[in-house]
Design a protein around this ligand. Structure first.
Ligand code: MG
Length: 266
């Protein structure tokens, strides 16, 4: 943990959580503080590997809610097909069967605020247009977040629900949800649980419960916050700490070598 006190290091991942662990409170008892940088990751479906990694800034961390901000321009990891095709451009029939590789990318456009209640099989994301014009909420059905010292891990469940300011809602990605079942990435019983979770989320939407009833659309990031960096070992097993001397700092996160393959969005 020497890196936590190294002079001049302004960005340390989950430093307070690490301190909490040192104090014996552990990953489930410690809390991150606003401004802390953590990793919001997704493991691949049907495999243990992390295939999405988004460095985010903690907005709020209480027993009831984890809120994080993914800022525009954040360096992150997303999957693409091994032949270079972006996932969303691959025909649905082969989208989940062709081999994939993780690639470095940057989050473009407006940032995203992510809200997750511990134990919920979804998180709620807020999207804005340019100029902070609120666009919509997005219920991302997923495994309940698993907290670890460096952030949170989950698995995406394909099906999503868009929620609009007029309180209307729309199921999204039904085709991907169906194809994932065809490809064997979701067993029938699991798919049933995902659908049930979506219906439960719909009840929250239809009764305009939290977080939709709260003033999160008016939330704004602290202008003093710096862009989180992507640690070299972004895919490390949960509860493996970041190395004391990061191999890649925020100031050098723009490599031009062949290892770094740029893509427009995470
Ligand atoms: Mg999703």
């Amino acid at each position: 943990m020497s890196h936590l006190t190294r002079p001049g290091k302004e960005s340390s991942y989950a430093s307070h959580m690490t301190t909490a662990q040192a104090n014996g409170t552990g990953a489930t008892g410690g809390r991150w503080r606003p401004g802390d940088h953590i990793l919001w990751r997704y493991r691949a479906n049907g495999a243990p590997a992390v295939h999405v990694c988004r460095p985010v800034t903690v907005v709020r961390d209480t027993p009831e809610l984890l809120a994080v901000w993914m800022a525009p321009g954040t360096p992150c990891i997303r999957p693409q097909l091994a032949d270079g095709t972006p996932v969303h451009r691959e025909p649905l029939a082969t989208r989940y069967t062709k081999p994939r590789v993780p690639v470095h990318s940057r989050w473009t456009g407006a940032g995203v605020l992510k809200l997750a209640r511990p134990g919920d099989p979804w998180s709620v994301w807020l999207f804005w247009e340019s100029g902070w014009r609120f666009k919509n909420w997005y219920v991302n059905l997923e495994e309940p977040l698993h907290r670890w010292s460096g952030g949170v891990d989950s698995r995406d469940h394909f099906l999503d629900i868009a929620v609009y300011p007029d309180r209307s809602r729309r199921w999204l990605d039904e085709d991907e949800f169906a194809q994932a079942q065809t490809a064997g990435l979701l067993a029938p019983d699991q798919a049933g649980r995902v659908r049930s979770a979506g219906r439960e989320a719909c009840r929250l939407i239809d009764t305009w419960d939290r977080p939709f009833s709260e003033d999160w659309p008016d939330w704004r990031p602290d202008p003093a916050w710096r862009l989180p960096r992507l640690p070299e070992n972004w895919d490390r097993p949960a509860d493996t700490p970041e190395p004391a001397e990061p191999l890649e700092s925020a100031d050098t996160a723009h490599p031009t070598g062949s290892r770094w393959r740029h893509h427009p969005a995470c």
